[in-house]
Design a protein around this ligand. Structure first.
Ligand code: COI
Length: 356
């Protein structure tokens, strides 16, 4: 391990000083895994705290078949992005928020979590070590995927005896195959994503496995993704499989309130503040599914999807269209305001961006 750490340290220094950028087809990046140079790994036992991690070569990890994550789904993940600026500097967007969310999720999943500083330092290390994989300005970003998993062996149901915090990265472009064009959603009537008292409000890996079936069916039927309703009344909007949802009506922007069943998105929270800063009234409240029928615009937010305009939603066989096949004015304005901030093109009055 110490020789790989040494190698990693040398390589990150090398990447920083000399290697500019890898030779990739930057114009055709989607949202897929591109293997990079290094990942960050830190381990601790159930009774300990995380102390020291290291950069190692990106690649398969060794995991016992009896690990808590493989058998009982004891795992969390995060997602954030690094952007390359024209002047070569690198910007992270609100990494402390991801660190905090992982800490809260870890409490819910009975796992020890890295401290906020450990989390942010790990992100910086891994981004610098993989600097040559950050897309050129305007071509995409480096998606950063922190994982916290129960890696220790367990057979009876209880928290695992050992935990691994791991961060890997991949250069990405647009999440949906539609690119920046409006996506089509279908309201899901059979399956639910979350229930009160469950784990819908934390970024546990199981939340994402349970949406695959409905998402698969939706894609087979030509939709981009699924919009979930609450599991109690089956009439309030919750979220899309991979992102939060907003509607715009008469210039008022609304999004479902956070009540434990909805993922507290960092882009969701940022868009609320950006919109208020631009003078919009923003409401966090229960949103009835019927409100989709006469909305002026609908859009989704997430780290991966950024701000994705919704072109149509189908509910009980009835299809409603928005934006006349184009991007709505409010969605476009919010997309531009957020991405300009993330890429360092506008003044960061909120102190959200961090130079690596
Ligand atoms: C993200 O937006 O970063 C997420 O974690 C969602 C994931 C399904 C890509």
């Amino acid at each position: 391990a110490s020789s790989s750490r040494c190698e990693a340290t040398k390589a990150s220094f090398y990447n920083r000083k000399t290697v500019e950028i890898v030779d990739l087809d930057w114009d055709n990046l989607g949202f897929g895994v591109v293997p990079t140079d290094f990942m960050y790994v830190m381990k601790c036992s159930q009774k300990e705290i995380f102390t020291k991690g290291e950069l190692v070569r990106y690649g398969p990890i060794e995991l016992t078949p009896s690990s808590g994550v493989l058998n009982y789904g004891q795992g969390l993940f995060e997602g954030l992005k690094a952007y390359r600026k024209e002047d070569g500097s690198i910007l992270l967007f609100r990494p402390y928020e991801n660190a905090l969310r992982m800490k809260m999720g870890a409490e819910r999943m009975c796992m020890p979590a890295p401290t906020i500083e450990q989390f942010v330092d790990a992100i910086k290390f891994v981004v610098l070590a993989n600097k040559r994989w950050i897309p050129p300005t305007g071509k995409g970003s480096l998606y950063i995927r922190p994982l916290l998993i129960g890696s220790g062996a367990i057979l009876g149901l209880s928290p695992a005896p050992e935990y691994t915090f791991l961060v890997f990265v991949s250069p990405v472009g647009n999440y949906f195959k539609e690119g920046l064009a409006p996506i089509s959603l279908v309201v899901e009537n059979e399956h639910h994503r979350a229930a009160p008292g469950g784990t819908g409000g934390v970024k546990t890996i199981g939340n994402y496995a349970s949406v695959l079936k409905a998402q698969k069916r939706a894609k087979e039927n030509g939709y981009s993704d699924v919009l979930y309703l609450d599991s109690v009344h089956k009439k309030y909007l919750e979220e899309v499989s991979s992102c939060n949802i907003f509607i715009v009506k008469n210039k008022v922007i609304s999004t479902p309130e956070l009540k434990g069943t909805i993922l507290p998105g960092i882009t969701r929270k940022s868009i609320i503040d950006v919109a208020r800063g631009l003078g919009y009234q923003v409401e966090e409240r229960p949103l009835l599914v019927e409100e989709l029928l006469d909305a002026d615009e609908v859009f989704c937010t997430g780290t991966a999807v950024v701000v994705s305009p919704v072109g149509s939603i189908t509910y009980l066989g009835r299809r409603v269209e928005y934006g006349d096949k184009g991007v709505g004015v409010v969605s476009q304005q919010l997309y531009s305001a957020l991405t300009r901030l993330q890429m360092g093109l506008s003044e960061d009055k909120m102190g959200w961006t961090m130079l690596v």
